[in-house]
Every structure is written in C-alpha cells, then in structure tokens.
Design a binder for this molecule. Structure first.
Ligand SMILES: [Zn+2]
Length: 355
C-alpha cells in the first residue's frame, strides 16, 4: 500500500513537470511570435483583404513604454530583377518629371505584402495592378491601409536601401580649375569593387564558417586580385578601422541615417587602407577606402590567413542601438544588392571637404 502511494506521487510529479514544461513552451512561443514578425509571417502567402489586424495600428502604439518594439530580423530576399525594375520606375518617374512619382521602397514593400516577403513568389500582375491603381490617382496609403505587414516591410527595406536612390551632386572640374556642380536624381550607391577590376561571387550568405567558433557567414565574399581598390558603397562615418581577428584589416562605416553599417574585411597586408582615414572621419560614396587582400583569421595583426584573396562585404541593419555588438545583430544577404550595384561602379573619386 505504501509503495503504491509513492508510485502515484511519482506519476503526479512527472505529469506536473511535463505540464509546466508545455505551458512555458507555449508562453515562450507566443511572446517570440509577437516580437519577431519576420518569422511569424514567412509562411503567409498574402495578407490581401486581411482586415482583421487594424487594431494594431489604430490604438497609437508609439508610447514610450513600447520602446522594445523595433524590428528584430529581416529576411532580405528581394531579387535582382525586382530591385532593377522598381529602381527604374522610381528614377524614370523623377527624371522624366512624370505626374506620378514612384518610390521603389514603397513598391517593394507593397509587393512583399502580396508575396509574403518571399520574392520567389513575385507575380508581374501584382506590380501591374499596383502601378495602374497609382496611375488612377490612388495613393500608396490608400492601397496599403489594410495590409498588416506593410509598415514592417517599408521600414525594413528603407533601412536596407534608404541611401541608394535620391538626389546627389556631380562636381566637374574644368580645365581652368573652376568647378561646376550639377544636381541629379538616381542611383547614388556604388559597387564596393572599383571600376575596371574583375571579381566573382556567389550567394554564400549563411554558409558555415569554422575559424574560432562555429558560426554562419553574414556577408558576401567578392573574389578578386590583391590590391583591387575598395570603394565606399555609401557615404558615412567610419566607426571601426583596424585589426579584428576574424576580418583582419577591416573598416566599418555607418550611413548618416545610422540604419546601415557596412563592413569591409580581409584588406591588404601592410597597406590596407586609403591614406588619411581614421575612426570618426566621414567618407563619400564612390571614394577609395582600402585595398583587397587576404588578412584575418589570426589574433596576431597583419597576417594573411585567408586562402583566397577576397573582400568580405557585409551589411548590418540597425533599428535600435541595442542591436549593435549583441547577439541580435541583423545582417542581411547582400548578394542581389551586389548584383544590382554592378550598374554603378566608381574609379574612386577624390575625397574633398565639401561635406
Ligand atoms: Zn566572408
């Protein structure tokens, strides 16, 4: 009898433990799903006609108590084809002074709502419908007010692409030394490999790396010859310059809007950087910042431990400063961005003080 009682108690204890475990898992799952949007709707094919979620936007959730409510992850899978198409629509509508001015980031965010953030599911008719609605005078706000994730996509893509298209100034120096400047609208970000230098790459984002500790590859390797000039993709402030055991001689540049951190690594042994660069300095898009090499994978400085010369190019998105240097850094796959930036290559403009 005594033994039997103990048996029952054991069963109850095991049952209780399982129950607590299950409840905790459920609670954790829901709190995670609420904060990590990208994971919670990766499988949503489309939220068209979904009118259920307006409550989220209508009760003013910009209170200070919701400071934690920033984007935690972005799956950037906009294809080269769509970057190209929407960029053309944006640039042409501005340079040809059309009545309707397109904003490529708005177009992409709308399309992401239609394809659940997976651009492999892109349908041309979605873009055609959007353009014809805009031509009829509808605004993007009208067309997206019932789209639950529009603001998420818009904010994510603005963080990734915000510095790429817009107004910029071209300065030309005449023979007599006078300078003229011209305002233009278009693609103002550059490929990180200088013009007339060959390189190759493939989509290696997320591949595993084993130096140091097991981790995934958070960038794109651009294979080229040692000494190839490396170009600043976008203007910004140098946040890091110097040796890092993984990246070797590396340079990290933050865009002026603070949302993009560009990471250029494995620069050349002995002479990694363009002259005069220091942390805190600003660089201009199109300027030479360093030279391709094979340094890194060493605690000791100035060591070539990389097998194949290449530039490691990475882009980190920053939605909140707490994401910097944390386990929650948001790095995106830049393969398609690199393909897209092949349209705009720089020989390396001279830096000046016109900033
Ligand atoms: Zn790499």
């Amino acid at each position: 009898m005594f033994i039997k009682t103990i048996k029952i108690s054991k069963k109850i204890i095991i049952f209780t433990i399982i129950l607590i475990f299950l409840l905790t898992s459920i609670i954790l799952f829901y709190s995670f799903a609420n904060t990590d949007l990208s994971n919670s709707f990766n499988n949503t094919a489309s939220d068209e006609n979904n009118n259920l979620d307006n409550s989220n936007n209508s009760n003013g959730n910009n209170n200070s108590e919701e400071k934690n409510d920033f984007i935690k992850w972005v799956d950037f899978n906009v294809t080269y084809e769509l970057l190209d198409k929407t960029a053309k629509l944006d640039i042409d509508s501005h340079t040809q002074d059309s009545n309707i001015k397109y904003n490529w980031i708005e177009l992409l965010a709308y399309l992401a709502c239609r394809n659940g953030g997976n651009f492999k599911n892109f349908k041309q008719k979605d873009l055609d419908t959007l353009l014809s609605e805009l031509q009829k005078g509808k605004t993007i706000e009208d067309l997206t007010k019932n789209k639950k994730y529009y603001s998420y996509y818009y904010e994510s893509y603005s963080a990734a692409l915000g510095g790429f298209i817009g107004n910029y100034t071209v300065e030309t120096e005449l023979e007599d030394g006078t300078k003229t400047s011209e305002e233009k609208y278009g693609l103002k970000a550059f490929l990180p490999i200088a013009k007339n230098y060959a390189f190759s790459h493939y989509d290696d984002f997320g591949n595993s790396r084993s130096y140091g500790f097991k981790r995934t590859h958070l960038g794109n390797d651009l294979m080229g010859s040692i000494g190839t000039p490396i170009i600043a993709v976008e203007s910004g402030t140098i946040e890091h310059l110097g040796w890092n055991q993984y990246g070797g001689w590396r340079i990290g540049i933050r865009s002026f809007d603070k949302k993009r951190y560009y990471y250029y690594a494995h620069l050349r042994k002995n002479h990694p950087y363009a002259e005069g660069l220091e942390e805190g300095y600003t660089v201009k898009a199109g300027e030479i910042i360093g030279y391709l090499g094979m340094t890194g994978y060493s605690i000791k400085e100035n060591v070539n431990n990389i097998n194949v010369p290449h530039l490691h190019f990475g882009m980190q998105l920053v939605f909140d400063e707490s994401q910097i240097d944390s386990a929650n850094e948001v790095w995106i796959d830049v393969y398609n961005i690199i393909e897209f930036l092949k349209k705009n290559r720089s020989k390396g403009i001279k830096s000046d003080t016109s900033f």
